[in-house]
Structures are given as structure tokens and as C-alpha cells.
Design a protein. Structure first.
Lengths: 629, 226, 281
């Protein structure tokens, strides 16, 4: 009969020295913060790009001094050229989707809190965890390099020396194929225009590196969740955040390799003259292209979107988990329909693999498969609707505490509905006839994936900041941040639907060439003003975040009176999370307002607690013959 | 209030190092049902096995993508020109099949506590793996001598790509084998160290067998889907 | 705070619905035979969307108003959910969504699952960076052979017509799409370089032009006039001004035009372009 000694449960001792503690750390908590910081940097770059884009669309011909200094070729006299604009579009999308939406929600908060919420002392593979962050970081450096490889003549010159497909210095700030990089435009190289040289190569390399980093992370998440849960932490007692991170990791594990495969094929087409995506008989920029024959541009689209559709769920699912969690906590009520929520998140993940063709209705693919994809797409709305009903159900009969994280969580629900509901329009082939590649699509994905996901991240940040840093963020500033941002993002993206109704195509550097767009002027200006105000308001968040790390009010272990395992340990947690003590879980994750209990919340690890009969939604029996301590 | 671990810990059978086997088996169904047991933070070999399986899932998707590209491309135009498979690839196949056998022998030796057997058969597997890579390089040289390169025609593009992608992952497996051979980890205690060795050997074996099966699949594709 | 949030959510809902129903920003009027059916399907859909959107936002706004915490020290209602309700709203949602999905295939099927009716006017559309070329078969209704190796932009042979082919004698290649009203038209779409997309908003369809593929699409325009043609797939730096026009002509003007040789065809088209005006927006 062995008694577990405390010695046995430490797997690795606490690190010493600045480098091991904060730079090359294998502690999932440090790595989580590193991902969050990476995302904070990336989103700043992405936002600056979007403001530049808006300025160009509203006031084309504006002289922007800094552009003239930094990128004199692409913005002569400080005026953006159309190709400069298109490179902003491309980089904005790439940076936001990969380095913001696929890092912070999963690699950031997931890394920090998954192990703690399941009662583990770290991730399954700590060294792999560290590797996945640094690989992702390298990917970010490479994409930033693309800005200068195309935008700067000197840097561009270094790349041009590498070979024909590496021609740089064309004046743009990166590739100009959109984040989707359709072939053959992205495969032909510089004969297809500016931004098609070094920028595209670096883009492919950055994305490929990012794929690897994500795969390593996904592997870690799944193994950790399946192998390292504490006693009593059955799958159906996990917080919904854990289910969300789990689903996201499975999606990432299975979809990123496909993008990697496509990227390899694209690189080969560009560099060694294969013809995976380039057909024969092309005549580009005044001359024939004899080198290539037989490839299929549609093949790129299939490979890209087979990844691309699960990717958008990767972006939003962690936010759904965080929202469920935070809504329940501040409503002081269990999640309405826990089992249904688990089922819905899984259904969304699974179905997400079968609908990629809805990005390709007009591509020339088989119209029969288009019909199949369309009907499947509309059915994916069903689990999403279930989640929405359950979120509202969680708030019904609640006692809502309107803290900043709660405001953002409620905002998530509102934005997810607003963005998701237009999926009913775009998912129909007959309606996509008009709306494909218009601003209606841009409205849909910004609301449902971009903004809703950011709100999930904001909610998570304000919620978990006290645990991560031992200090509270400033509530007043948080609320100001919320109000401006909530109204602001609606002001930006609802008008995009109207632009789509006019027929306004995407990725247009200017709108003054077409009569049918002339009624858009007022909308465009309105959006730009809203965007500038909203982006400036984010400075409040940055200020609040960084200053509170040092100057915020000190936080206790459980400032929000929440129930899950992270709120039973100190803020910030010790190196191995539970100080060598193995947590034992006795309850489900959302035991709030239990009748007869002394407090309106029962922590998962609390061995006392009223025996609760299993209701229709959750299983939250206490731990059988639990020890008395 | 966190639970302090005390008390009764019923040994169910005896584990590798002589200590009690964790009550919840392979860790997959870790939901202790309320009894505190100090094994929660103890390593179980299942961790490395699970990791290996999921890694395989991921790598498999890469090859699924490349294979479907292969199939689509073969039908998309009339410039598909299958080439004669270099005979040395049959040698590759034999080598990798044997290496699966030897790594299995090695793994079982470890389970039966035969250090010598474990190390010896690991080394043989490594050599067979190197031989496999060598035979692949020979195949490439032969093709290059015939003037068949990556961009020569779509079939040859895939030939080089698929064999290279497989080879790169196999090289990763070889690094893992070398690591196992060189491993002399310091562990906090005997049991933990033993479990980690078993886990690592299991994980690497699973990965290696996958490399074998993957090779058979790719070889079959290149041979028969023309 | 709860009341404020409720009010703001309702306010946003009202503003959004207003933006749609005000009619200030709407499709340009349809000019195609199938366009009316697209528009009806959109109306049905947007009503469902509008009702769902409004109901959800109003519901959200209401719960945050009504169930805000106050000083009465009461607890929230302890409930893990309601299975019956889950089943009911799942089934209702599924029925509505999937029905919409099935209904949304009808117009698609009529355009894409059937071949163009015999006797359709055929026009080859060849897109390039950054202009459009329309190849007409002429009086003999047979397209002259084209070969990509014969393309020479500087010699104005944009689509690679093989002049030695007798069928090519009466072909015309122009930069404006000219079609007859009330007669089925079949476009055969291809691209010289990268992927483009054919989009005339009033026609209510778009179709990508993919290098290496010949994609067919057919429609019937039923209103005479001049309409703008835009590219709807990112094709490079001048994607935003890859512009042309579609002229829908009465039958007599059209049949006179389409049998003309190349230069007369172009000259006459220029006259007609001046004659017809764009719709008022």
C-alpha cells in the first residue's frame, strides 16, 4: 500500500533564471501568455492595415506621409496604388485569421487553462508545447518579412537574388492574392503582376510553418485532455471550455495537414515548374506560358477550403466555450442543456468537414456537388441555433452580474447571431449567384468569425486576467472599452450587408469605376469613421491590460465566485498548478444557485455540497463515497 | 477546498517496476469516480501511445491530401505519363517490412526486461531504416539518370513528392530511434523511468509501423493507380 | 447596466432591420428570366432571417433586462435545462433550415442542371488581365478554331483565332457583350491567364472563368438596355476596373448586328452603346 509522496508528483522542478522562466519555458502558463502576447501584436498590425484600407476606400488619393517614407514604390507620394491596397487585404486576412484567431483562443487561453481545468499539472508534452509556440512565432516573423520583401527595394533585392520565383521589391506590402491565394494567380510568379514574387513564397512558407506549429499544439491538447484528467473529472464534468478546446484541437489536427499539402504543391509549381494547379495554354501579360500544362486551379481551391472551412470553426469554437462558461458564471446558473451543448459543439465540428464546397459554388465545380454542399451547409445552422437557444436559456431566470467579461460574453451571443444568420442566405446556391464575392460575404464572416471571436477573447481576457496575473483589470475602463467596441463593430459591419445588396464586389481597390456602386458612398464613409473610432478605442484595452499587470488591484483566488478548478488555486498559480496536491472532482462545472447550498456556487472540488439529483442536462453527482477530510 | 491525498490505494496487479499498477488502467478512462488516488499525476505509458496515434492521424491527413491531389491530377488532363517503377523500390519494401518486425521484437524485449535484446533490435531497426532511405536515394538517382525529374510530368512530380514526404517522416522516425538508443534519462524514481521507457518505446513503435503501412499504401498507389 | 444593454441591443436590432427594409440599398432591378425567382427566394429567406435575427436579439435583450441581479438576495433558478424544449426547438429549426436549403436549389438547378435550349445564341467569353473578349460565330453559327499559341495581344488577336480556318472568316471578337432580348443565350466561359468571374448584377448570376476549363452557363435577358459587367474574382492589380458592358438589344437590332464583319460590328456596337443608357441607380 504505497502512499503517494509529494516528491513523486512533481514532474519537473520550477525553472530558474530569466530565460528558462519567461522565454524558453515549458510551463504551459507561460506559453499561454506568450501566445496571447503574440496575438496582441498581430492584431495591432492587422488593425492598422484595416484602417489604411478604409482610408483608401473612402478617400482614395489621400497622401499618407508614413507610407511615402516606408514604401515609396507601392505608395508613390504617399498615395496607395491598387496593388498596395490588395496586399493590405491579403496580409490583413492572413495575419488576423492565423496569427490572431488561431493563436489566442486555443494556444493562448487553451494552453493556460486546459490543464488546470482538468486538474493536471501541465500539458502532456511540455517540450512540444514550447516548440509549438516558437514555431508559430517564427511563422509570424516570416509573414512580417513578406511585408518588406515586397515593399522595400533593398530587402526585395536580397530575395530576388534567390531565383526567379523570388522576385521582390515590387512595391506592395506582401502578396496580393487574398488570404485564399487562389491559383493560378498565386502559382505563376511575377509574370502575373506585382506582389507575386517573394511575397507569395514567404506567405506560403509562413503558412506552412504555422501549420506545423498548430499541429504540434493540437496533438498536445488532445492527449492531455484524454490522458491527464484528475480523479472525478469525467468527460461530462468538464467545463465547456475544455470541450471547445478539444473540438478545436481535433479540427486543427485533421485540417492543417491538408493546407500544408496544398502549400507544398503550390511551392513546387512556383519553384520547380510542376503543374499541379497551372493548366496549359496560358497567355499571361503578353506572352505564352509554355512550361506548364494539365494542372487544375480547382484542385487548389478544394485543398484550401477543405482546410479553410474547419479553420473558421477553429476560430470561433473556443469563443463559444468561453461564452458558455462565462455566461453561466455571471448568471449564477448552470449552463442550460450541458449535454446538448456538448453535442452541438461536436456536431458543428464534424459537419464542418463536409461543407467546404460552399466557398466554391461559382468555381465551375460540379453543380450536383454544389447542391449537396448547400444542403449540408444549411443543416450546420441547426447545432449553432441550439447553442444560441441554450445561451439565452442560461440567462433566463438568472441573476446576472454585469461585469466586463459578462458584457463581452453577451456581446458574443449577439454578434454570433447577427453574423451566423446570414449564413442562411449565403449557403443557398441560388442566392449565392448574386452574393458570392460581394461585401455580403465580408459582412458575414467578419461578424460571425472575426468580431464574435474577438469578443470571446476579450471576455476570456477580462475573466482570467486575475488568475493569470494576480491582479484585476480596471472595471471602468473595461466597460468603456465594451460599449464603444460593441456599438462600433455593429456600425462597421452591418452596413457591409447593404453594400453587398448593391452588388459591391470584394477586393476592389476603388469603387468609382462603376455606376451601380455610386449609392455606396455614404455607407463607405460611415463605416470608415466607425472603424477609426473603434480601432482607437482598442487602445483603452491595451492600456488596461498592460498597466493592470503591475498596477491593478490585487486579486484573490476566486474574485468571481466561480466553480471550476482554476479558481481553487492561488492567483497566479504556483509552477505546478496544484502545489503537488492532486485535486479530486466531486461536482459538475456549473453548480450555481443550488437550492439549500450555503453559497450560490459549489466548487467542483468541494467534497461537501448537497447531493444533486441528475437533472436532464447535467450529471453532477457528488463523488460517490467521497473521503471526508 | 482541494483534496489531500491519503489513504487506501488498492494495488491491482503489479506494474513493471514492481509498484502498484494504476487503478484506472491505461489512463484513457481516467475518471476515478471520487476516490482520491495518488496516481493521478503519475505518468502512464498511454500518454505516449496516444500522442503517437494522434500524430499518425495528422500525418495521415497530409498524405490523404497528397493522394487525392494525385488521383484528381491523374484524371484532369492527358499528360499523365506513368514511369516504370525502379526495381530497387521492392528492396525498400522488404527492408521496411523487416524493420517493422525487428522493432516489434525490440519492444517486446523491453517488456520482458531484456535490455540487450531491446538495444540490439533497436539498432538493427535503425540500420534497416537507413537502408530504406538509401534505397530511396538510389531510386531517385536512377530516375534522374533517365532524365526524369520532378517537373518532367505529373506522375513523376508525385513520385518524387510522395517518396520524399514519406522519407522525411521516416527520417524523423530514425531520429526517434536514435534517441531511444541513446536515452539514459535521470528520473525521480525507478517506476516513473520504467514507465516512460515503455511509453516511449511503444510510441515510437506505433509510429514506425505506421511508416511501414504508409509506405505500402504509397507504393501500391504508384504501382497500381496509373 | 442590464437595462442599458437591453436597450442598446434592441436599438442595434431596429437599426439593422431598418437598413434592410428601407429600400435605400437594394439589388438593381432584375433583367433575367430566372432573376425574379432568385429575388423571391431571397425574399422568403430574408424574412426568415429577419424574424430569427430579431427574435434572438430581442430575446437576448429581454433576458439581460429582466434577469439582472438586484439586491433582493434571491438566487437564480436552478435548472440544467429542459430536454423537451431542446427537442422541439431543434426539430423546428432543422425543418425550417433544411426546407430553405432545398428550396434554394431550384433556380440553381434550372440554370446548371439543364443544357442550354437548342437555338440559343452562343458567345465565347474569354477573360484576361484586365479586359473581356467576346467571340461571336457569325452568320455560319460555327466558331472558328482558336489556339492559345496563336494569341497575340499586340496583333489584336486576343483569343487566338486561326485565320486559316474557313469558319473563322465571319467571326467577330469584340469587347462588349451584345445579346438579344428574350432569347436564350449560352456563354462559353474561359480565361487566358488567371481565374476571373463574370458578374452583371442585374442578371442575377455569376460564373468564374477558370483557366483550362470551358464553362457553360445559359440565361435569357428580358429587358433591353445597357448594363455594366464587373469581374468578381481577384485577378490582380486592376481587378477593380476590369470593366465592360452588356448590351441587350431588341431582336431586329441584334440580328442586323451579329452578322456584320468584325470592324462593322465594332463600329455599330459603339453607336448602340451611345444610344442606350445605363439604368438609373
Amino acid at each position: 500500500m504505497a502512499e503517494a509522496t509529494h516528491e513523486e508528483v512533481h514532474r519537473h522542478p520550477a525553472p530558474t533564471g530569466f530565460i528558462r522562466k519567461y522565454i524558453f519555458s515549458i510551463d504551459h502558463k507561460v506559453i499561454g501568455i506568450q501566445y496571447i502576447l503574440l496575438a496582441l501584436a498581430a492584431v495591432l498590425v492587422g488593425m492598422i492595415m484595416s484602417v489604411l484600407m478604409r482610408v483608401n476606400l473612402s478617400w482614395p488619393g489621400t497622401h499618407i506621409k508614413i507610407l511615402e517614407t516606408l514604401f515609396p514604390q507601392g505608395a508613390p507620394g504617399g498615395v496607395m496604388s491598387p496593388e498596395f491596397y490588395l496586399s493590405l487585404v491579403t496580409m490583413h486576412g492572413t495575419i488576423m485569421v492565423f496569427f490572431v484567431l488561431t493563436t489566442a483562443p486555443q494556444g493562448g487561453f487553451g494552453n493556460y487553462f486546459l490543464p488546470i481545468q482538468i486538474g493536471a499539472d501541465d500539458m502532456a508534452f511540455p517540450y512540444l508545447n514550447m516548440l509549438s509556440f516558437w514555431v508559430t512565432f517564427v511563422g509570424f516573423i516570416v509573414i512580417l518579412l513578406a511585408i518588406f520583401a515586397e515593399g522595400n527595394a533593398t530587402v526585395g533585392g536580397w530575395f530576388t537574388a534567390l531565383g526567379a520565383s523570388w522576385a521582390g521589391g515590387s512595391g506592395t506590402v506582401g502578396p496580393i492574392g487574398g488570404w485564399t491565394g487562389y491559383a493560378p494567380l498565386s502559382a505563376l510568379g511575377k509574370i502575373a503582376g506585382p506582389g507575386q514574387g517573394a511575397g507569395v513564397n514567404l506567405w506560403i512558407i509562413s503558412v506552412a510553418i504555422f501549420c506545423v506549429g498548430s499541429l504540434l499544439g493540437a496533438l498536445n491538447f488532445i492527449t492531455t485532455l484524454l490522458n491527464m484528467r484528475a480523479p472525478g473529472m469525467s468527460l461530462m464534468r468538464m467545463p465547456l471550455t475544455c470541450w471547445a478546446w478539444f473540438t478545436t484541437a481535433v479540427l486543427a489536427l485533421l485540417s492543417f495537414p491538408v493546407l500544408l499539402g496544398g502549400g507544398i504543391l503550390l511551392m513546387l509549381d512556383r519553384m520547380v515548374g510542376t503543374s499541379f494547379f497551372i493548366p496549359g495554354g496560358l497567355y499571361v501579360s503578353g506572352s505564352t506560358v509554355p512550361l506548364h500544362t494539365g494542372g487544375s486551379p480547382l484542385l487548389w481551391q478544394h485543398l484550401f477550403w477543405f482546410f479553410g472551412h474547419p479553420e473558421v470553426y477553429i476560430a470561433i469554437v473556443p469563443g463559444m466555450g468561453a461564452t458558455s462558461h462565462i455566461l453561466s458564471t455571471f448568471a449564477r446558473k448552470p449552463v442550460f442543456g450541458y449535454r446538448a451543448m456538448v453535442f452541438a459543439i461536436f456536431a458543428i465540428g464534424m459537419l464542418g468537414f463536409f461543407v467546404w464546397g460552399h466557398h466554391m459554388f461559382m468555381s465551375g465545380m460540379s453543380p450536383y456537388s454544389a447542391i449537396a454542399f448547400s444542403v449540408l451547409t444549411l443543416s450546420i445552422g441547426v447545432p449553432s441555433a441550439i447553442k444560441t437557444f441554450n445561451w439565452i436559456g442560461t440567462l433566463w431566470g438568472a441573476r446576472i452580474r454585469f461585469t466586463t467579461p459578462m458584457l463581452f460574453a453577451i456581446g458574443f451571443v449577439s454578434l454570433f447571431v447577427a453574423g451566423g444568420i446570414t449564413g442562411l442566405v449565403l449557403g443557398q446556391t441560388s442566392l449565392d449567384f448574386f452574393f458570392h464575392d460581394t461585401y455580403f460575404v465580408t459582412a458575414h464572416f467578419h461578424l460571425v468569425m472575426g468580431v464574435a471571436s474577438i469578443f470571446g477573447m476579450f471576455a476570456a481576457t477580462y475573466f482570467w486576467f486575475p488568475k493569470m496575473f494576480g491582479r484585476m483589470m480596471n472595471e471602468g475602463l473595461g466597460k468603456v472599452h465594451f460599449w464603444i467596441t460593441f456599438v462600433g463593430v455593429y456600425a462597421i459591419f452591418i452596413p457591409f450587408h447593404a453594400m453587398g445588396l448593391l452588388g459591391m464586389p470584394r477586393r476592389y481597390a476603388r469603387f468609382d469605376e462603376y455606376e451601380f456602386l455610386k449609392n455606396s458612398k455614404g455607407l463607405v464613409l460611415f463605416v470608415t469613421i466607425a472603424a477609426i473610432i473603434t480601432v482607437i478605442a482598442q487602445l483603452i484595452f491595451y492600456f488596461n491590460f498592460f498597466v493592470s499587470i503591475w498596477k491593478g488591484a490585487k486579486a484573490g483566488d476566486n474574485p468571481w465566485e466561480a466553480t471550476t478548478l482554476e479558481w481553487g488555486i492561488p492567483s497566479p498559480p504556483p509552477h505546478d498548478n496544484f502545489a503537488g496536491i492532486v485535486p479530486v472532482v466531486h461536482h459538475g462545472p456549473y453548480e450555481f444557485s443550488v437550492p439549500g447550498a450555503p453559497n450560490d456556487f459549489i466548487m467542483q472540488t468541494d467534497p461537501e455540497g448537497i447531493s444533486v439529483h441528475a437533472d436532464s442536462g447535467g450529471v453532477s453527482g457528488n463523488g460517490g463515497n467521497g473521503h471526508r477530510h | 477546498m482541494a483534496a489531500t491525498v491519503t489513504g487506501t490505494d488498492q494495488a491491482v496487479g503489479v506494474g513493471i517496476g514492481g509498484g502498484p499498477r494504476p487503478k484506472n488502467g491505461n489512463g484513457f478512462h481516467r475518471n476515478g469516480g471520487g476516490k482520491g488516488d495518488g496516481d493521478a499525476f503519475r505518468f502512464s505509458p498511454a500518454r505516449y501511445r496516444l500522442g503517437a496515434w494522434f500524430a499518425i492521424g495528422s500525418i495521415l491527413m497530409l498524405f490523404v491530401a497528397l493522394t487525392s491531389a494525385y488521383i484528381v491530377r491523374s484524371a484532369s488532363s492527358n499528360d499523365w505519363q506513368p514511369i516504370a517503377i525502379p526495381k530497387v523500390l521492392w528492396l525498400s519494401t522488404v527492408l521496411i517490412l523487416f524493420s517493422s518486425v525487428t522493432i516489434e521484437i525490440s519492444r517486446r524485449s523491453l517488456k520482458q526486461k531484456s535490455e540487450a535484446g531491446y538495444n540490439r533490435w533497436l539498432a538493427v531497426t535503425t540500420i534497416l531504416g537507413l537502408g530504406f532511405l538509401g534505397s530511396q536515394l538510389i531510386a531517385w538517382r536512377q530516375l534522374a539518370r533517365q532524365g526524369i525529374y520532378v517537373a518532367s510530368n505529373p506522375y513523376s512530380s508525385f513520385f518524387y513528392l510522395l517518396t520524399a514526404a514519406h522519407g522525411v517522416h521516416l527520417l524523423g522516425g530514425l531520429c526517434a530511434l536514435t534517441y531511444l538508443l541513446a536515452r539514459k534519462g535521470k528520473y525521480r524514481n525507478q517506476l516513473d523511468g520504467e514507465l516512460r521507457r515503455i511509453g516511449a518505446a511503444d510510441g515510437v513503435s506505433i509510429y514506425w509501423h505506421f511508416m511501414d503501412v504508409l509506405w505500402l499504401g504509397l507504393f501500391g498507389l504508384l504501382m497500381f493507380w496509373r | 447596466m442590464g437595462r442599458l444593454l437591453g436597450i442598446v441591443i434592441w436599438g442595434i436590432t431596429i437599426a439593422s432591420v431598418w437598413m434592410f427594409v428601407s429600400g435605400k440599398w437594394w439589388f438593381p432591378a432584375s433583367i433575367s428570366e430566372h432573376g425574379g425567382r432568385v429575388d423571391s427566394q431571397f425574399m422568403i429567406t430574408i424574412i426568415v432571417v429577419g424574424i430569427s435575427f430579431t427574435a434572438a436579439q430581442v430575446g437576448l435583450g429581454w433576458v439581460v433586462w429582466k434577469f439582472r441581479d438586484n439586491a433582493d438576495k434571491q438566487r437564480a433558478t436552478y435548472s440544467h435545462g429542459n430536454n423537451r424544449l431542446e427537442v422541439v426547438w431543434t426539430v423546428v429549426t432543422a425543418v425550417i433550415f433544411i426546407s430553405l436549403g432545398i428550396m434554394g436549389q431550384r433556380v440553381w438547378a434550372s440554370l446548371h442542371l439543364h443544357n442550354a435550349p437548342p437555338g440559343s445564341l452562343q458567345v465565347e467569353v474569354v477573360a484576361q488581365q484586365f479586359s473581356w473578349n467576346f467571340h461571336y460565330a457569325g452568320k455560319d453559327k460555327a466558331f472558328g478554331r482558336t489556339d492559345p499559341n496563336l494569341i497575340d495581344d499586340s496583333a489584336l488577336n486576343y483569343v487566338g483565332i486561326d485565320e486559316t480556318d474557313p469558319n473563322a472568316k465571319d467571326d467577330a471578337v469584340v469587347s462588349t457583350l451584345v445579346i438579344p432580348a428574350n432569347r436564350p443565350v449560352e456563354l462559353i466561359l474561359r480565361s487566358k491567364d488567371v481565374t476571373h468571374s463574370f458578374f452583371v448584377p442585374q442578371l442575377r448570376f455569376k460564373q468564374d472563368l477558370v483557366p483550362g476549363m470551358n464553362i457553360r452557363v445559359h440565361f435569357t435577358a428580358n429587358r433591353v438596355g445597357k448594363y455594366e459587367l464587373a469581374c468578381a474574382e481577384l485577378c490582380g492589380m486592376n481587378h477593380y476596373k476590369m470593366k465592360s458592358f452588356m448590351l441587350v438589344l431588341p431582336e431586329n437590332e441584334f440580328s442586323e448586328l451579329v452578322t456584320m464583319p468584325q470592324d462593322k460590328f465594332q463600329a455599330r456596337t459603339a453607336e448602340l452603346m451611345a444610344k442606350y443608357q445605363l439604368p438609373t441607380y
